[in-house]
Design a protein around this ligand. Structure first.
Ligand SMILES: NC(=O)c1ccc[n+]([C@@H]2O[C@H](COP(=O)([O-])OP(=O)(O)OC[C@H]3O[C@@H](n4cnc5c(N)ncnc54)[C@H](O)[C@@H]3O)[C@@H](O)[C@H]2O)c1
Ligand SMILES: O=C(O)C[C@H](O)C(=O)O
Length: 380
């Protein structure tokens, strides 16, 4: 199997991903584009405080969830004058679904979303083992209601009325495999699941995690087109893990505070370190769930009217000559409000070269995804 080549790179820093494996060159100057805590809040997806702090306004432990969590530890007598836990309402009532919820990413992602006060219903779908996951999760005393769905016959019910659907269903890589090696299995899984999304919640934001993202997003777009419900503003390839990694690596390498670093990552999705470290036991799950939860939270805040939400994502794009491209985007109630071109201007020579180098592979991945659906049209 071929090795993975880089289809993504970070801007405003010297970091890069992929098996070309360029270490962070010491000689190049580091430029953190967004350095103040205020601008970080605008651009990082999560509101500034992202640590586990029950007093925080961060949505993951927002007031209502924090109250519910604290409520667990308050003695009965003290609870008498407090609102009962069942009386706690989420701040907002968005319905959320995970397809592939019993997997390595799905489970921790479900847990993180269970902590969001913006979610009222958490629908978990998988072809296996989802009942136990849902039962386990449903004991967490946070406001959202958990329901499990399994098998094709329950997929439609899982998706009805859902505002945001995340798809991590599919197989992960083993060492020595490229993401493209997953195509033959995951392409069909994503196609089938997105057909159901088109039929049951065509207005939902759709977050695709299943690899190869550079092909599965074009697959999803083509399915939605054939179903007559494609809204390019609402289809997202989740590349947040690339950003999370870039921020971590740059902060470590440059001895910076994490709060002071936000590195936009453009191109497609790449990177290979975790697969090697897990040595056959899968790929990134915990960091991926963390990254996906951040993207979900950003989407929910945008849906809820926050006018200041920016993330990087692999989306339909006209920023380059490729039809899909990962860049920073502005999110709003109706999905993507703007693609942010500024990260692609004023590139260094190194960055320009990286951008040109990633294009042929990314183009091939996109075309492969589109051709897949065109050869096997969607079911009516
Ligand atoms: N976008 C990214 O940055 C990123 C990061 C890490 C992993 N991934 C990808 O995410 C995917 C999932 O990874 P994982 O570690 O969670 O794998 P996993 O094998 O642990 O979990 C996958 C889950 O999907 C379920 N599934 C399979 N077919 C299904 C179907 N038709 N409908 C519903 N559920 C189905 C399985 O039962 C399983 O529970 C992989 O393709 C992996 O490459 C993407
Ligand atoms: O490496 C993989 O196959 C999983 C994921 O895309 C990652 O970047 O960790």
């Amino acid at each position: 199997m071929a090795t993975t080549s880089a289809t993504t790179f970070s801007i405003g820093s010297t970091v890069s991903f992929g098996s070309r494996g360029n270490p962070l060159p010491q000689s190049k100057p580091f430029v953190a584009r967004f350095t103040s805590p205020n601008s970080l809040a605008s651009f990082s997806g999560l509101k500034a405080a992202t640590y586990v702090n029950c007093e925080s306004e961060s949505s993951f432990f927002g007031k209502e969830s924090s109250a519910a969590l604290r409520g667990s530890f308050v003695p009965k007598a003290q609870k008498a004058n407090q609102k009962s836990q069942n009386g706690l309402q989420p701040v907002a009532s968005y319905k959320f679904a995970i397809l592939g919820a019993a997997g390595g990413i799905g489970q921790p992602l479900a847990l993180l979303i269970k902590m969001s006060p913006l979610v009222s219903a958490l629908n978990l779908y998988d072809i296996a083992n989802v009942k136990g996951v849902a039962a386990d999760l449903s004991h967490c005393n946070t406001p959202s209601q958990v329901q499990d769905f399994t098998g094709a016959s329950e997929l439609g019910n899982c998706l009805k009325g859902v505002n945001v659907v995340v798809i991590p269903a599919g197989v992960p890589r083993k060492p020595g495999m490229t993401r493209d090696d997953l195509f033959n299995i995951n392409a069909n899984i994503v196609k089938t699941l997105v057909e159901a999304v088109a039929d049951n919640c065509p207005d939902a934001f759709i977050h695709i995690i299943s690899n190869p993202v550079n092909s599965t997003v074009p697959i999803a777009a083509e399915v939605l087109k054939q179903k007559g419900v494609y809204d390019p503003k609402k289809l997202f390839g989740v590349t947040t893990l690339d950003v999370v990694r870039a921020n971590t690596f740059v902060a470590q390498k440059k001895n910076l505070k994490l709060i002071d670093v936000d590195v936009p990552v453009v191109g497609g999705h790449a990177g290979t370190e975790v697969v090697e470290a897990k040595a056959g036991a899968g790929s990134a799950t915990l960091s991926m769930a963390y990254a996906a939860a951040r993207f979900v939270e950003s989407s929910l805040r945008a849906l809820d009217g926050d006018g200041d939400v920016y993330e990087c994502s692999f989306v339909q794009s006209d920023l380059t000559d490729l039809p899909f491209f990962a860049s920073r985007i502005k999110l709003g109630r109706k999905g993507i409000e703007a693609l942010i071109p500024s990260d692609l201007s004023g590139l260094s020579e190194y960055e320009e070269k990286a951008l040109e180098a990633l294009k042929p592979e990314l183009k091939a991945s996109i075309e492969k995804g589109i051709a897949f659906v065109q050869k096997q049209p969607v079911t009516a």
